[in-house]
Design a protein around this ligand. Structure first.
Ligand SMILES: CC[C@H](C(=O)O)C(=O)SCCNC(=O)CCNC(=O)[C@H](O)C(C)(C)COP(=O)(O)OP(=O)(O)OC[C@H]1O[C@@H](n2cnc3c(N)ncnc32)[C@H](O)[C@@H]1OP(=O)(O)O
Length: 252
């Protein structure tokens, strides 16, 4: 079974689903490759919107696949994986069309970094999310910290990153991380959120997105992400990080 599903609708909506519900939609290298394909499709002229979501109703995305990435021990080994995904999420952030993280369930760690790279975050009532990387004695390493400082108020961003905890959806909304809360089926919540946007010509959306991407290019966002990846790689090598990951892997 493929780790991801890509659907293209007639009205120009590309939907990327992480298809690993049994692993709470953890990101492995196959998911990264699928995300690259979805981003390429979403940058085609006829595309109007990119939606990122997770399979099942438990999790949106639980971050990096610890069963795979825990074998990365050194700074350079960590840098290889982190920089690959950071580059993909930068391309997602700089997408020509708007993007929506359709948060069907829990998002933790890199799952929150993935959601933050999207323009909008809409969430099902009852979910929780948090940048828990600090509990693993690392920082964000896929660009999520740099994205978050662009997307929500500085004190709220620093609070979320330094507390390294999960928050309920109503608090995430107060923090400015969640833009819309829906009840029931994610497809219905998405349709309600995007119906007015889809009525407007995609060239208008692309023009507005370009205003934002030009700002981020001018502020050297790509360079700040590289520094974030390097800093996370250094922390990754520390035994304190490996010990926390081993505790999760051996918890049962
Ligand atoms: C730069 C990004 C950074 C990095 O790549 O290192 C990160 O993303 S750091 C953060 C990494 N993610 C985590 O630490 C999250 C770990 N998972 C959890 O905390 C929980 O699983 C949770 C809250 C997501 C869901 O809890 P729930 O009780 O609903 O499920 P289980 O814990 O029983 O897990 C079910 C099943 O999924 C497997 N699983 C969950 N998360 C991951 C993951 N990130 N990588 C690999 N596998 C994961 C878990 O092992 C269970 O599988 P099983 O075969 O039954 O053991």
């Amino acid at each position: 079974m493929s780790s991801y599903i890509i659907n293209e609708s007639k009205d120009g909506v590309i939907q990327f689903t992480i298809n690993r519900a049994e692993k709470r939609n953890a990101v492995n290298y196959e998911v990264m490759e699928g995300l690259q394909k979805a981003i390429q499709l979403a940058n085609k002229p006829e595309s109007k919107l990119l939606v990122i979501t997770g399979a099942g109703n438990e999790a949106f995305c639980s971050g990096g696949d610890l069963s795979v990435f825990h074998s990365l021990r050194t700074e350079e080994q960590a840098y290889g994986m982190l920089s690959k995904m950071a580059g993909i999420l930068y391309d997602l952030m700089m997408l020509k069309t708007p993007s929506v993280a359709l948060m069907n369930g829990t998002a933790v760690g890199g799952g929150c970094e993935l959601a933050t790279a999207c323009d909008f975050r809409i969430a099902r009532k009852g979910i929780k999310a948090g940048f828990i990387q600090g509990k693993l004695v690392i920082t964000t390493g896929w660009g999520g910290g740099s994205f978050l400082f662009e997307k929500i108020a500085y004190p709220n961003a620093l609070k979320m990153l330094t507390e390294a905890k999960t928050y309920p959806v109503d608090e995430l909304s107060q923090l400015g991380f969640i833009n819309y809360i829906f009840e029931g089926e994610p497809e219905e919540g998405l349709a309600n959120f995007i119906k007015n946007m889809l009525a407007i010509d995609g060239d208008v959306h692309k023009a507005y997105k370009e205003m934002a991407t030009r700002k981020w290019e001018g502020q050297n966002l790509r360079g700040r992400i590289e520094e974030e990846v390097r800093r996370c790689s250094v922390l990754w090598e520390n035994e304190k990080h490996h010990k926390q990951v081993d505790l999760f892997i051996n918890r049962k």
